[in-house]
Design a protein around this ligand. Structure first.
Ligand SMILES: NC(=O)c1ccc[n+]([C@@H]2O[C@H](COP(=O)([O-])OP(=O)(O)OC[C@H]3O[C@@H](n4cnc5c(N)ncnc54)[C@H](OP(=O)(O)O)[C@@H]3O)[C@@H](O)[C@H]2O)c1
Length: 287
């Protein structure tokens, strides 16, 4: 992709993988909107990038993914301010927090990691669609493997199992990425939707863990960001692909095509999830 005159929006860009993606894209002359829930943290991230890349074209975005009203307000403002959106990276995420619900009563991991990003993509769909060759990349995880979507437990109806709920949210993310691409193809769109994962990368995602078991090797966040960057910018990718590190168990390595669990390939379940999300958010796309 020729990255001049390109606009990218990255959620959760104030730290971790999103920060590295923002920095890497800005270094390719992409105009990057860094979105996070805390304005000061996002401004701090912009300052850190500007220290080494003073000419970087960066913009603050504030959205709280625990609230669909916040996502809506952010998107309305974004659409009013921007004529094009070439790259959307649905990156922000939470992992195994204490049990809680989003404003709309979704289990927080499912709500933040999946529902809010579905809504953000839906609100921005007209802008993405009006941009030639736009791409949407959604972050999943090795944790999607072995997970399932329990439609009777999307709002803490059952006793909280933090890792099961995290896996469910990351499976939903990957099902979303793949189902979105199928729907784009059916509409004859030139937009691509891809999934990506970072293996195991050293970020603040572990903030809810008391301790990290010794011996766990973690990649530098810049390396963990690489598969999503390939998905977002390379000419050698196709919609519906899933990119991750190519090393042992996909925990580390160079970007390559990643293993998609059969559950994420279940088109019937993906269509059911899509219908559920449309109902939950009131957003219908692609149209
Ligand atoms: N690191 C890994 O090994 C790994 C492995 C598999 C998948 N992933 C996925 O990669 C993505 C990025 O994670 P990371 O490792 O970079 O974690 P991180 O360092 O904890 O960054 C997460 C980002 O998401 C933001 N965020 C969380 N809740 C939010 C909310 N309600 N509204 C808006 N922003 C919110 C955080 O903002 P604050 O700083 O304000 O909290 C932060 O910017 C996630 O989707 C994660 O599931 C990571």
């Amino acid at each position: 992709m020729n990255t001049d005159h390109i606009t990218a929006l990255i959620t959760g860009a104030n730290t971790g993988l999103g920060f590295e993606m923002a920095k890497a894209l800005a270094d390719q002359n992409v105009h990057v909107v860094l979105a996070g829930r805390n304005r000061e943290k996002v401004e701090g991230a912009i300052e850190r990038i500007k220290r080494t890349s003073p000419d970087a074209s960066l913009e603050v975005g504030v959205l709280d993914l625990t609230s669909l009203a916040s996502v809506d307000a952010f998107a309305q403002n974004f659409v009013a301010q921007h004529k094009e959106l070439h790259i959307l990276i649905n990156n922000a995420g939470v992992m195994v927090p204490p049990p809680s619900l989003t404003k709309e009563q979704f289990e927080i991991q499912f709500g933040v990691n999946f529902v809010a990003h579905f809504a953000l993509t839906g609100h921005l769909f007209p802008l993405l669609n009006a941009t030639q060759g736009a791409r949407v990349v959604t972050m999943s995880s090795i944790a999607h493997r072995g997970a399932s979507i329990d439609f009777d437990n999307l709002g803490l109806e059952k006793p909280y199992d933090p890792w099961r709920e995290y896996g469910q949210s990351k499976l939903a993310d990957l099902m979303f990425a793949l189902e979105f691409d199928r729907r784009l193809r059916a509409h004859g769109s030139d937009m691509l939707s891809l999934g990506a994962h970072p293996g195991v990368s050293r970020t603040e995602l572990t903030r809810n863990l008391n301790d990290i078991p010794p011996g766990i090797e973690m990649m530098a966040p810049a390396q963990g960001a690489a598969p999503a960057l390939v998905a977002a910018t390379s000419f050698d990718v196709e919609g519906g692909q899933y990119w991750g590190p190519d090393g042992p168990e996909e925990r580390s390595g160079e970007p390559g095509l990643a293993v998609i669990d059969p559950a994420a390939r279940d088109e019937q379940q993906a269509a059911k999830l899509w219908d559920w999300a449309q109902e939950a958010t009131g957003l219908r796309f692609p149209v």
